[in-house]
Ligand binder design. Structure first.
Ligand SMILES: Nc1ncnc2c1ncn2[C@@H]1O[C@H](COP(=O)(O)OP(=O)(O)OP(=O)(O)O)[C@@H](O)[C@H]1O
Length: 365
């Protein structure tokens, strides 16, 4: 088991890379601590698989170092890195039985048969494969094959880490939920460093204690699910986490007031000063739909907005609003009657974040 450190890591698939856009991984430093349950979350193409393949040694980075417990492993081939990797599609030997498939990674490193039998039994039980142990893998369903694939990743207890690359893509939705819980259980039981790649925020938060959000080849935030929700460090984290994502309003200071287009926003003096001093025109205020206060009658400090659409989702509603020439969303609970055509909005000061050139800036009160 190991702590995995990525130091000044960058990778480009282009022979002679020019700008940042030629890099699948832009220069990054990151540490996965020993024994952690982590998710690597980001949209398609942001560099998740590239990063996993660099850690496991399937790919050599253009620059930087990969260290396991402080020792560089850049020159070690995958088999010497002691990493188990589970891919999106099952990797099983069709002609072998489930038992022999599960035993394979252990026999490969010369583990004694008694240990092999014990671990195969344990992993088969956890994954509910005990009844299938004697079957040939070729006769299994896609779900069962992927369970065997996962079992092959979990069977060795001496690995540095287990990397899961969207392992539940081919799994039936019902079983998906169950397997995710199982993985969490397995993590608790075996205390192995696990990195779970996904583009699904729900999948990431059910599995991981901490999530690394990746965007355009960089980890833009590494935090607990609640940190990502409460204080997104980057506008992308705000959009990507939460349902619907965070609202961002372009703002500027005019005549001493923070303006969103033609609408003056009642914000604190400290926030107004911070917007004025931002030193760029790319300045946004972010507020989550859950925290937008919606009133159906004028309130002190309320901004008048037009109600464009209301989506009733049972326990809550999502309201599409138009504030001046800007669109935003609010989420209200079922016990609050939605406004008709006009709403009066307030943004509680402690719920508003300042984003300068897409990154969050703390404002001193
Ligand atoms: N073998 C390759 N050769 C050239 N470019 C590649 C190669 N593999 C990936 N890329 C490019 O590198 C970038 C990152 O891809 P990567 O597969 O790591 O992203 P990802 O986040 O895992 O996406 P997905 O969720 O779709 O698998 C993308 O622009 C992709 O097109």
């Amino acid at each position: 088991m190991a702590e995995i450190t990525l130091k000044g890591l960058a990778h480009s698939y282009v022979a002679a890379p020019g700008g940042a856009e030629d890099y699948a991984i832009r220069e990054m430093d990151h540490v996965w601590q020993q024994g952690g349950a982590y998710a690597l979350l980001g949209p398609s193409g942001c560099g998740k698989s590239t990063l996993l393949n660099i850690i496991s040694g399937l790919l050599s980075p253009s620059r930087g170092e990969v260290l396991f417990d402080g020792q560089t492993v850049n020159d070690l081939p995958p088999e010497a890195r002691n990493i188990a990797q589970v891919f999106q599609f099952p990797v099983v030997y069709d002609t072998m039985t489930v038992r022999d498939n599960l035993a394979f990674p252990l026999r490969n490193v010369g583990a004694p048969e008694a240990h092999v039998a014990e671990r195969v039994k344990e992993v088969a039980e956890v994954l509910e494969l005990t009844d299938q142990l004697g079957r040939k893998a070729k006769n299994l369903t896609a779900d069962e094959k992927q369970k065997v694939s996962m079992g092959r990743g979990l069977v060795r207890d001496d690995v540095s880490a287990i990397l899961f690359d969207e392992p539940l893509t081919v799994i039936d939705p019902q079983l998906k939920w169950k397997l995710r819980r199982k993985l969490k259980e397995i993590h608790k039981r075996f205390a192995i460093t696990m990195v779970y790649v996904t583009h699904d925020q729900l999948e990431a938060s059910t599995f991981a204690d901490k999530i690394a959000v990746m965007y355009e080849g960089q980890v833009v935030q590494f935090g607990t699910p609640s940190e990502l929700f409460e204080t997104p460090n980057h506008t992308f984290v705000g959009y990507f986490i939460g349902s619907p994502g965070m609202n961002f309003l372009d703002v500027a200071v005019r005549d001493g007031r923070v303006m969103a287009g033609e609408i003056p926003l009642p914000v604190s003096e400290a926030l107004c000063a911070a917007v004025a001093e931002a030193g760029t025109t790319n300045v946004k205020l972010g507020i989550r739909p859950e925290f937008v206060e919606v009133h159906d009658a004028p309130v002190e400090g309320g901004m008048q907005a037009r109600v464009e659409h209301i989506q009733d989702l049972g326990t809550y509603s999502i309201i599409d609003l138009r504030l001046g020439d800007m669109s935003l969303k609010a989420r209200i609970d079922e016990d609050q009657p939605p406004p008709a055509e006009i709403a009066y909005l307030r943004f509680p000061g402690e719920r508003v974040g300042l984003y300068v050139d897409e990154f969050r800036v703390e404002v001193q009160a």
